[in-house]
Design a protein around this ligand. Structure first.
Ligand SMILES: [Cu+2]
Length: 189
């Protein structure tokens, strides 16, 4: 019998929201049915807009080696008058791709999975080093390549975006603090 994959868990013991497309779609279907049954005024999840009002800018991965998760960064721009809620991401270049946030307390960084981020109406949301980022487990990519990430929003919209793959120095050409310097290699997220 094959071993079950070991997945990171949130502090509440639940699996992070971003697992794979299949459970996500099932969850969506259940939500729709429940909302219909209630006959409520909830905004129903839709099949997604043909032309979602979100633009993805400055999108890139920091790739080190396949055994180290690659950090994904981007700026999301919402051109509509409604907030757009990002609920997940997937890519053929990642074994698993989740939304994360780096928290610093007492001088110690730790990463926590996040279920969703809201891009405000006519606003932007930035995934930056030391803040929100995407965590690409088991990356299959190489420096200089452009890989596609598909972002999924709460209204069912799916937005494919090109991510440029950089090495440890990132687009700025300078390695973040503690990354691949000295004897310890810190995971730069
Ligand atoms: Cu992370």
């Amino acid at each position: 019998m094959p071993d079950a994959p070991i997945l990171p868990r949130t502090t509440s013991g639940r699996l992070p929201a971003c697992q794979s497309c299949i459970p996500r779609r099932r969850r969506c279907a259940v939500t729709v049915l429940a909302a219909l049954a209630l006959g409520s005024s909830l905004i129903l999840p839709r099949a997604g807009r043909a032309d979602p009002p979100v633009t993805v800018l400055n999108s890139w991965f920091r790739y080190i080696i396949p055994q180290v998760p690659a950090g994904g960064y981007m700026t999301l721009k919402n051109t509509s008058s409604q907030p757009m809620v990002l609920t997940g991401a997937s890519s053929a270049a990642c074994g698993m791709l989740t939304l994360h946030r780096t928290e610093t307390s007492g001088g110690v960084d730790r990463m926590v999975p996040v279920a969703a981020v809201t891009v405000p109406a006519h606003g932007t949301f930035r995934f930056v080093e030391g803040g929100y980022h995407m965590m690409c487990m088991n990356p299959v990519m190489h420096i200089g390549q452009t890989v596609t990430v598909t972002l999924t929003f709460a209204d069912g919209s799916r937005v494919p975006a090109p991510f440029v793959v950089y090495g440890v120095s990132g687009p700025s050409g300078s390695a973040p603090n503690g990354a691949a310097t000295g004897t310890k290699m810190k995971m730069p997220m």
